[in-house]
Design a protein around this ligand. Structure first.
Ligand code: AMP
Ligand code: GLY
Length: 430
């Protein structure tokens, strides 16, 4: 077991998820020092940030060496699939996150679909194509709506739910022919559309051991009542009470366990987060996708609910001692509202100055996502999702009330938020 205040930690990434991870480092008993690369405006207020992007693998390894880092926590998927953890391991630096072979479970939807079929894990029926004509022929017999997915990483944008045949055909052409999503569309998956409610299941995995983190639900669409295009996520809450004890047992037995076992059977030494997007359909839970990292904004509601030190949990997973951990979860509810720039997920303004009212409530968190610190020290907007504000309270209703009150403390000209985060669940409880 790691002793107190022993680890120098590097957090890789620049979003709200990484700000939450940095805050967990700051309150962890096993962390001596934390740094981030590249970080964002809020992370820079909490720890030293180094201007190296998450894609610059050799520079990140050099940084870890020069800063005498003992433990690297990798936030986003791209460095994982580029083999950051493989490189760190070659230099004897412990990291949390899978190597490139494990990251394929997020980086290739056709690989994952084959894996799901092979391991008899429930998911939608699908077929893979790399040529336009066979894909168009397949569409002739498919029922609508139908889901067209680019195989590779596309920053959450490579999925089109087509409601007409012409829309589906257009999606196929745009992916394979026009490469609307670059090379990630050189292969596509045409998948049966699943109906129901989506939930996020996060597992901390270490080989054949795993721990299930609190359940959560994201809000993917940009507009109120789940309308408009998909985004990275506009808000989340935890726990997702849609998942009662029975359903969680079914998910564990039919999805989580066979996934973790199947990954180990493939010879993949997976030590990191397996985040499973699940559709709860009338015929049971089915896998929508695997991610091999924490969700954003799910992290911003999961980490505040852990009594167990999250950094200890991740370090145990990375060092194959996960079975020594018993997960303790707070009974409180957490709800996070994302503050985006008007126009996201399409074009939006950047460089607007942000004002933030101080808030010292220890159950409330203003996580920076797409912000940067200007030379004069002011905070400016820098990406589509700018903040995630989280409140922890004894009921979901109070968490929602507190989180929405907290959104008022952050101002910038193009601030956009959904006013219905958690509303579906609140309606169910009332
Ligand atoms: P993915 O990147 O595969 O998670 O897809 C992004 C989003 O598209 C998911 O979170 C769902 O909202 C939606 N989606 C993906 N696959 C399906 C499907 N087979 N049926 C319905 N919606 C889907
Ligand atoms: N919030 C969904 C994701 O991180 O992919």
């Amino acid at each position: 077991m790691t002793k107190d205040n022993e680890l120098n930690v590097l957090v890789v990434g620049s979003g709200g998820r990484e700000h939450a991870l940095v805050k967990s480092c700051l309150s962890s008993s096993i962390v001596k020092k934390v740094i981030a690369a590249p970080g964002n405006g809020g992370i820079a207020q909490d720890c030293p940030c180094f201007p190296i992007t998450a894609e610059e693998i050799p520079s990140l390894v050099s940084l870890a060496q020069s800063e005498q880092i003992d433990f690297v926590i990798v936030g986003p998927e791209v460095p994982l699939s580029l083999g950051l953890v493989d490189e760190l391991e070659k230099h004897n630096i412990t990291a949390y996150g899978p190597k490139a072979d494990g990251a394929r479970l997020e980086a290739s939807k056709t690989f994952t679909k084959e894996f799901l079929l092979k391991n008899k894990i429930p998911s939608g029926a699908a077929a893979a194509f790399d040529q336009v004509e066979p894909a168009l022929n397949y569409l002739q017999t498919a029922s609508l709506p139908i889901v067209i997915k680019a195989d590779g990483l596309a920053a959450g944008k490579g999925v089109i739910i087509a409601t007409s045949l012409s829309e589906a055909e257009e999606a196929v052409r745009s992916m394979i022919e026009t490469r609307a999503f670059g090379d990630s569309g050189s292969q596509i998956l045409i998948e049966e559309c699943l109906f129901g409610e989506e939930i996020s299941i996060h597992l901390v995995v270490s080989g054949r051991d795993f721990v299930t983190l609190p359940t959560s639900q994201d809000h993917k669409r940009i507009g109120e009542n789940d309308t408009g295009p998909n985004t990275g996520g506009m808000g989340a809450y935890s726990p997702a009470e849609l998942v009662g004890d029975n359903l969680l047992r079914v998910i564990t037995e039919t999805i989580s366990k066979p996934s973790v076992e199947g990954i180990a059977d493939e010879g993949i030494d997976f030590r990191g987060t397996l985040f499973i997007g699940i559709m709860v359909t009338p015929t049971g839970p089915k896998v929508l996708e695997f991610n091999t990292r924490f969700g954003d904004p799910e992290t911003q509601v999961i980490l505040p609910r852990l009594v167990t030190d999250p950094i200890k949990l991740m370090h145990c997973a990375a060092t194959r001692t996960l079975s020594s951990i018993t997960l303790e979860i707070k009974p409180e509810y957490a709800l996070c509202v994302v503050l985006a720039s008007q126009g996201y997920p399409n074009s939006y303004p950047k460089g607007e100055t942000v004002t933030i009212e101080q808030n010292s409530n220890s159950n409330q968190f203003i996580f920076h996502a797409g912000t940067k610190q200007a030379e004069d020290g002011s905070i400016q907007t820098n990406r589509g999702r700018v903040f995630g504000v989280t409140a922890l309270a004894s009921s979901l209703e109070e968490a929602a009330r507190d989180a929405y009150a907290l959104t008022e403390k952050v101002s910038f000209t193009s601030k956009y938020l959904r006013s219905d985060i958690g509303a579906k669940q609140l309606k169910r409880t009332n």
